[in-house]
Design a protein around this ligand. Structure first.
Ligand code: NAD
Length: 476
């Protein structure tokens, strides 16, 4: 197994444009493919959060008074600086979460600068002020934004907050995920090199229960933007209510891929399996429930078995690997437990199953799994597994297909495969924030966010910028 070479030494937080030394306590970052420690980052405290919030508050008036055009230039510069460092980003993400290096390059490293550039392009047309009858309606920054993010796409998750929040004139304090903080320093340096003033973007490493809660409860933080699990999102909502902060929540999912009569089954299988398994299934919007006509069940299962053979599991540093380990041993135990539960509840194992992969026992490798004959109310059909596990469910008629798709506490993403107009009608009936028809391309300008317990906000594009603005009406 190749151990990825990391050239990162993180001995302090990033506060007011430079490294801020702190106590001696650190968190080790472990490569889940090898179990070895690849780096360590400081364990932050509430006092570190105080310092970061002070820096963000001090920088706020200056940054908020720059023009949107200047801030847009800064976001484009940020995109350019990050693109220059994309190989470092790919190596860091591959080492900390075990992402295959090819996916790390084309997904984890390339998407964040594309998002920053897309946000820069919005500034000229954004309604910073508009006339409504006798009112002048202006959009202003909310203030200091506290951002808290998960580990599954470490740089991407912060970029969908940072670029719009900074474009709108806010300043920020960010806590990256404990498991995957290694791109935070690269991002902070890229922001400095892009000409973003000191104090506008600050990073405090540490645990959710300490640093995360200090950010959420801080009276100097005006808004919390959170991406992560629904359970933690609920806790954050409760804590933030004490200071009536605005809270943006991007939470979990259990998305459905609905296959209609008349669908191209080959396409539906290829795209649905890719959605469910990419990044070892650690994708909030993954389509993990494939809902197919009962009389096409055997055909779909056969195609899934064949498609699964294309997925090589192994060393993330190998450019031909399509699936690496899951992000940690804890995650392995959790996901493997769900696979055992699926078997115990009577689902049919089409591919994979519980247990370690022969030859890959030393790392957190899950056997990528497809289940068929899954009961729509069973645990594996209802709970977010966050691992490479796809469940096939069947329906007798279209009403049942829609009802199974909507039978979830979540509503983040989804797919429909079928004749285009028919598929569009079904897409409109799905209670979810995004639906892709016939495997359509991801759009960085389209709002992304959840219905139901998948969240309450929208990221990406113009609506993503609106999230980070206050609205003032001035009557004249
Ligand atoms: P998590 O909720 O455990 O942790 C997310 C972040 O919250 C981490 O930085 C963590 O340290 C912090 N945190 C934990 N407890 C906290 C507390 N009490 N107060 C403040 N912060 C706290 O999630 P995870 O395991 O890192 O990520 C996986 C989850 O994220 C999945 O549910 C996935 O669906 C979700 N997710 C959602 C989206 C989306 O856009 N909707 C995107 C990616 C991931």
């Amino acid at each position: 197994m190749t151990e990825t070479k990391l050239n990162l030494s993180v001995t302090g937080h990033w506060i007011d444009g430079r490294e801020a030394r702190t106590g001696n306590s650190v968190t080790d970052i472990v490569n889940p493919a090898t179990g070895t420690t690849v780096a360590s980052v400081p364990d932050g405290t509430a006092q570190d959060v105080d310092r970061a919030v002070d820096a963000a508050r001090a920088a706020l008036p200056g940054w908020a008074s720059t023009s949107p055009a200047d801030r847009a230039r800064a976001m484009q510069n940020l995109a350019d600086r990050l693109t220059e460092r994309s190989e470092e980003v790919a190596i860091a993400v591959s080492a900390e979460i075990g992402a295959p290096i090819t996916l790390a390059r084309f997904g984890h490293a390339a998407l964040p600068p594309a998002v920053a550039a897309s946000v820069a392009g919005l500034a000229a047309e954004f309604p910073w002020s508009e006339e409504i009858a006798n009112s002048l309606v202006v959009r202003e920054p909310v203030g200091v934004v506290g951002a808290i993010t998960p580990w599954n796409f470490p740089l991407q998750q912060i970029m969908t907050k940072m670029a719009p929040a900074l474009l709108a004139g806010n300043t920020m304090v960010w806590k990256p995920a404990e498991l995957a903080p290694l791109t935070a320093r690269i991002l902070a340096e890229a922001a400095r090199d892009a000409g973003i003033p000191a104090g506008v973007f600050n990073v405090v490493y540490g645990r959710g229960s300490v640093v995360g809660e200090a950010i959420v409860g801080h009276p100097g933080v005006d808004m919390v933007s959170f991406t992560g699990s629904t359970a933690v999102g609920k806790r954050i909502s409760v804590l933030a209510s004490e200071t009536v902060k605005r809270v943006g929540l991007e939470l979990g999912g259990k998305s459905a891929s609905v296959v209609l009569d008349g669908a191209d089954l080959g396409l539906a299988v290829e795209r649905t399996l890719a959605s469910a398994w990419t990044n070892s299934g650690q994708v909030c919007g993954a389509w993990t429930r494939m809902i197919v006509p009962a009389d096409r069940r055997d055909e779909v299962v056969d195609l899934l078995g064949k498609a699964a053979e294309q997925y090589t599991v192994g060393d993330p540093a190998d450019e031909t690997t399509r699936i690496g380990p899951v992000a940690s041993e804890a995650q392995w135990n959790r996901v493997n437990g769900y696979i055992e539960r699926g078997v115990a509840d009577g689902a049919t194992v089409v591919v994979g199953g519980p247990g370690r992969i022969p030859g890959l026992e030393h790392g957190a490798y899950i056997r990528p799994t497809v289940f068929a004959d899954v009961d729509p109310d069973s645990v594996i059909a209802q709970e977010e597994i966050f691992g490479p596990v796809l469940s096939v469910l069947t329906y007798e008629n279209e009403e049942e297909a829609v009802s199974i798709a909507n039978n979830s506490i979540y509503g983040l993403a989804g797919a429909v495969f079928g004749e285009p107009e028919h598929a569009l009608r079904i897409a409109k009936r799905m209670q979810t924030g995004q639906v892709d028809v016939n495997g359509a391309q991801f759009n960085v300008l389209a709002p992304f966010g959840g219905y139901k317990q998948s969240g309450n906000g929208r990221e990406f594009g113009r609506l993503g910028v609106e999230e980070f603005t206050e609205v003032k009406s001035i009557q004249r």
